[in-house]
Design a binder for this molecule. Structure first.
Ligand code: NAD
Length: 419
């Protein structure tokens, strides 16, 4: 376990430690357009005991929300208000995060902790960080901390934490949904029904079975491995490329083929799913050159980060038929500008970054953020697996899965989205 050094306590004249009151800035996505739901489709969500590798789910001392309700939007407040205000801290929640003069930038200046989400990322660039002298920690309510300039966090000794595993399996389910729906051409078939049509030939002229296909993942971490496991029962051939090799027992359990380069992987796969974090080594990995080395007519599913792919190269490959389909729910920047080419390119099945924020996942990441805050306020060690940057270094999951540097360049374009 790593010790997060925090300047949380200050000594009083009596020598007794007294808590310093903190300002927590929380940047979350907007509420539903019609307001918060009065009821939900399910009254409860299944209770999950453990993640597949034995890691425990978040273990805060208590929670002040009902699992299964919207927590990731502004009014949901990650269920943190009572907890923070009972301790005397200030919580500011906003979705206004982009463009000059946005509320998040104003509130950041005297914030101690900033919480943001990959779905609606507050891009914490070096310039922004340098306006915030009190900032001690950036927490990702979810997984993937590339919206923080990690190099600047290292340089300024700002700790970066995320709720590792909270939505990895949610994303793996989304990947399976996208592989099957793209290969079978579900979107087209559903659109025909909704339009009142019945031309079966139109509906099936791009539709195949997944059985027998070669499916490969770029990175076989928590998501990539779970996606492989979930695709195994479809009688597919499974491949992976990762900078860390999986144990032999896992390779033989899934009959996996390991590739020592991404080029080798893409040259044999019908479907490639991208599951590595975004960091300088992976930025624009899928450019025109790599896509030209893929099997003609392959499919890509990218639920990792939009910037791992070159957006124009993807659109061109869909137009030329080098790719048969592209799906995913990650864009760069986010929200994607209204004229982002991935909204209108052919044969795509994009979603607006939802895979990791199902109501089920929200309960886990809200509890995980609370656990991280409790550890911080109590001066306790943080979980190694939740740690990305600690005390000026990549550490824990950060050391395993990221490289130093910054991947936020160009994020200011997010201001171009209009509701
Ligand atoms: P993880 O840390 O368990 O796995 C990451 C894997 O990537 C590791 O095995 C690591 O070795 C590998 N990797 C890193 N750099 C690599 C490189 N240059 N080449 C090859 N392999 C490399 O994380 P995870 O839970 O599997 O999540 C992976 C990523 O998925 C996150 O960082 C995030 O960007 C994305 N994600 C998206 C959503 C969503 O809602 N769409 C939710 C969760 C995570």
């Amino acid at each position: 376990m790593l010790k997060i050094l925090n300047n949380f306590f200050k000594s009083t004249n009596s020598g007794k430690k007294k808590e310093k009151k903190m300002k927590i800035l929380c940047v979350l996505y907007d509420d539903p357009t019609g307001g918060m739901p009065e009821s939900y489709p399910l009254s409860t969500i299944p209770k999950i005991e453990k993640y597949p590798d034995g890691q425990t789910l978040p273990t805060p001392k208590s929670i002040d929300f009902n699992p299964g309700q919207l927590l990731g939007c502004v009014s949901g407040e990650l269920g943190l208000r009572k907890f923070l205000e009972d301790l005397g801290h200030e919580l500011v929640v906003t979705s206004d995060k982009d463009g000059e003069g946005c509320q998040a930038d104003k509130e950041l200046k005297d914030a101690d902790i900033v919480i943001s989400q990959p779905f609606w990322p507050y891009y914490l660039t070096r310039a922004k960080m340098e306006t915030a002298p009190n900032l001690k920690m950036a927490i990702t309510a979810g997984i993937g901390s590339d919206h923080v300039d990690l190099q600047a966090a290292i340089d300024h000794k700002i700790d970066v934490m995320e709720v590792t595993f909270c939505n990895s399996r949610s994303v793996a389910e989304h990947i399976v949904m996208m592989i099957i729906s793209m290969v079978r051409d579900y979107h087209n078939q559903h659109a025909i029904v909704k339009a009142g049509g019945w031309n079966i030939a139109d509906a099936v002229k791009r539709s195949y079975d997944v059985e027998g296909m070669h499916i490969g993942t770029v990175a076989a971490g928590r998501i990539g491995l779970d996606a492989l496991r979930k695709m195994k029962p479809f009688d597919t051939h499974l491949h992976y490329f990762d900078r860390h090799r999986l144990p032999e027992s896992v390779e033989s359990e899934l009959n996996l083929t390991f590739h020592d380069s991404v080029e080798s992987l893409v040259s044999v796969c019908d479907v490639v799913t991208i599951n590595c974090p975004l960091h300088p080594e992976t930025e624009h990995m899928f450019n025109a050159e790599l896509i030209s080395k893929m099997k003609k007519g392959a499919y890509i599913v990218n639920t990792a980060r939009g910037k791992i792919c070159d957006k124009d190269a993807i659109a061109d490959a869909l137009k030329s038929g080098q790719l048969s389909g592209y799906a995913g729910d990650v864009w760069f920047p986010q929200p994607a500008p209204n004229d982002h080419i991935w909204r209108t390119m052919p044969n795509q099945g994009m979603t607006p970054h939802t895979s990791g924020t199902s109501l089920s996942a929200q309960a886990r990441y809200a509890a995980g953020v609370r656990e991280i805050l409790e550890c911080f306020f109590d001066g306790n060690s943080q979980r190694t697996e939740y740690t990305i940057v600690s005390n000026g270094e990549l550490a824990g999951t950060g050391k395993h899965s990221y490289s130093k540097g910054d991947a936020t360049g160009g994020s200011e374009e997010a201001k171009n989205y209009t509701k």
